[in-house]
Ligand binder design. Structure first.
Ligand code: FES
Length: 271
């Protein structure tokens, strides 16, 4: 609320209010200390990529997809398919996208423009399709409500969360938080970035880890109910959860199916 227009309670009321806040706050502090660490998003302090599975990205028939088949969005894109794959475990969606004319930190492919980010919002864990990539020329209705117009919508669009308006810039790689929210903390963290590998011979794409500078995947922060995998959430111990299906047992490669909202065939450019 605008401080100028904020209606201030009378002095006595304010004292009572502050006292109540103080008591509640103290109670929360005492009662909540043990659980608080699981509420605040953590930044990793150790690289953990070596503990992640290697998963080849495939279509729904189990055939590997080619990097050159990924639809590419650009400055004129009005509509772009939502492409989602689970990683590092089942039920952990990530958004796959490619942008034209921009080299993205951590991006792969000949133009370093193919990236994948967690499809689990860092605020309160809304997932795709509530969290989705809205391209350059598509400002979602919810974003318009908080003031976005064609004049201030970023030129490559945003990964936008329709739950409470968190925003992430897909051109920035691991440091993708945009406009600091606007949903309040703990939303002020970037989406974890999936480490992709592009095989230049086969043109296949693999998910091989999560960027070590990323925050912890949002749903790895809760207790208990099966939503925390392993004993130390900070290190994202990968025990527990449901593994991805196996693609090649001998090569120890898992399979991650890319599901697309596009009815049209791949490949396709959208710019
Ligand atoms: S869950 Fe995404 S903004 Fe709140």
């Amino acid at each position: 609320m605008d401080k100028e227009n904020e209606k201030k309670p009378p002095f006595n009321e304010r004292r009572t209010f502050l006292k109540a806040v103080g008591i509640s706050g103290a109670a929360l502090l005492v009662g909540g200390l043990s659980g608080w660490r699981y509420f605040l998003p953590k930044s990793r302090d150790v690289p953990v990529a070596s503990s992640y599975p290697t998963a080849i990205l495939t279509d729904s028939s189990g055939n590997p997809i080619h990097a050159s088949d990924i639809p590419v969005a650009g400055l004129s894109t009005t509509k772009y398919p939502l492409m989602v794959f689970n990683y590092p475990l089942q039920d952990e969606p990530n958004i796959l996208l490619a942008l034209n004319g921009v080299s993205i930190p951590g991006g792969v492919g000949p133009n370093s423009n193919i990236v994948a980010y967690s499809g689990i919002c860092q605020h309160l864990a809304c997932i795709t399709p509530l969290l989705s990539y809205d391209p350059a020329q598509h400002i979602p209705f919810e974003a318009q409500l908080i003031g976005y117009t064609s004049a201030n919508w970023p030129k490559y669009g945003l990964i936008y969360c329709k739950c409470h308006g968190s925003q992430y810039d897909p051109t920035k790689g691991v440091h993708n938080l945009y406009n600091n929210g606007p949903a309040p903390s703990p939303a002020n963290h970037s989406l974890p970035q999936v480490v992709l590998h592009h095989d230049t011979v086969t043109d296949y794409l693999y998910a091989v880890g999560l960027n070590s500078e990323s925050p912890v995947i949002r749903t790895h922060q809760f207790l208990p109910d099966g939503e925390i995998y392993g004993s130390q959430v900070e290190s994202e111990n990968m025990t527990g959860g449901t593994e991805l299906p196996v693609f090649s047992e001998s090569e120890n490669i898992y399979k991650s199916i890319v599901v697309s909202s596009s009815n049209g065939p791949w490949p396709g450019n959208y710019y």
